[in-house]
Design a binder for this molecule. Structure first.
Ligand code: BTN
Length: 307
């Protein structure tokens, strides 16, 4: 029989390299004699373990043990799974991502134990046009769930940041696949900072915050938070599938941190425009007022323009 300790040792040996008895003993906090004894379990587990005199142990055939922590990005992984299985309503959560992805090719920093990172698959009968406002509706659902958990002051920044006092604490990454007219699959990736240590903040090139700062003194149970977030998301998605973005517009406007504010918007080609934020339209586009003229944007990076 393979014990948990035996498995821990074998995991260390999984790379097929020679590991000394001393190094293994230090790694698991046991004596070398105990390591030698536990490693007898390898034979009963059907693994060929070589004992090399004076050097240590080596697994004859390296074993690619399944590692439930080894997820590069919940969204990348769910997209891969979508190629071979139906991921509608499938939720993939990671404690830790080795390559979390943000919008526009940026990375996403998450802290093991201090973040919530997950992706949810959702199939729609409609195509990309109908789903243009989806990321905004996701923001509304997340804000509702956080508010229900007692975290007040959550605001939205177009197109899909969760912010508090102009500091970002959550991001949404929507990836669509399928036909332009439908059906389509949305992989909805969500990252939230629950407790972001100062060292991690320093590595992020924009003002950031976390839920612990927004709601000081509140017990932030990530399991409970996650349950509430997924509940709200699911309810929103069921409604969106029928009615689209329209029913969520008033709430998005109410939570819009930049409502009426003078902003600058930088477009993907590097050009910029400015105006006062009017709000969003039924397709999720940002509407600015520029000297009495309405400007509509479907993409871009918004920042406050100091008067
Ligand atoms: C952004 O604001 O740029 C979007 C960030 C989205 C991050 C989440 S974390 C879970 C999911 N998996 C990823 O790789 N990215 C999203």
């Amino acid at each position: 029989m393979l014990t948990p300790l035996g498995f821990r040792l074998l995991r260390r040996l999984a790379d097929g390299e020679v590991h000394s008895g001393e190094a293994l003993a230090t790694a698991v906090g046991m004596s070398r004699a105990r390591v030698s004894q536990v490693l007898k379990e390898a034979d009963s587990a059907g693994l060929r373990l070589e004992r090399i005199r004076g050097r240590g142990y080596r697994l004859h055939d390296p074993v690619p043990f399944l590692d439930r922590d080894a997820i590069d990005s919940t969204s990348s992984e769910l997209n891969r799974r979508a190629a071979r299985e139906d991921v509608h309503r499938r939720l993939l959560i990671a404690e830790w991502q080795t390559a979390g992805r943000g919008r526009r090719g940026r990375g996403w920093t998450a802290i093991a134990g201090g973040s919530l990172t997950f992706s949810l698959g959702w199939r729609f009968e409609q195509g990309a046009g109908f789903l243009a406002g989806l990321s905004l509706a996701v923001g509304v659902a997340l804000a509702r769930a956080l508010e229900a958990a007692g975290i007040g002051g959550v605001e939205l920044k177009w197109p899909n940041d969760l912010i508090h006092r102009y500091c970002k604490f959550g991001g949404i990454l929507i990836e669509l696949s399928g036909d332009a007219l439908g059906p389509s699959l949305a992989v909805i990736g969500v990252g939230l900072n629950v407790r972001l240590p100062p060292a991690a903040r320093r590595g992020i090139a924009q003002p950031v915050t976390d839920l612990a700062t927004i709601a000081p003194g509140r017990r932030l149970d990530r399991n409970l938070l996650l349950a509430g977030l997924v509940r709200e998301l699911t309810a929103m998605l069921e409604r969106y599938a029928v009615e689209g973005f329209a029913p969520f517009i008033p709430e998005w406007q109410r939570r819009n941190a930049f409502r009426g504010k003078p902003v600058k918007i930088v477009l993907p080609d590097g050009s910029a425009a400015s105006g006062d934020v009017v709000g969003v339209d039924a397709s999720g586009a940002l509407v600015l007022d520029h000297r009495g003229r309405r400007l509509r944007f479907v993409t871009g990076e918004v920042s406050l323009r100091r008067p």
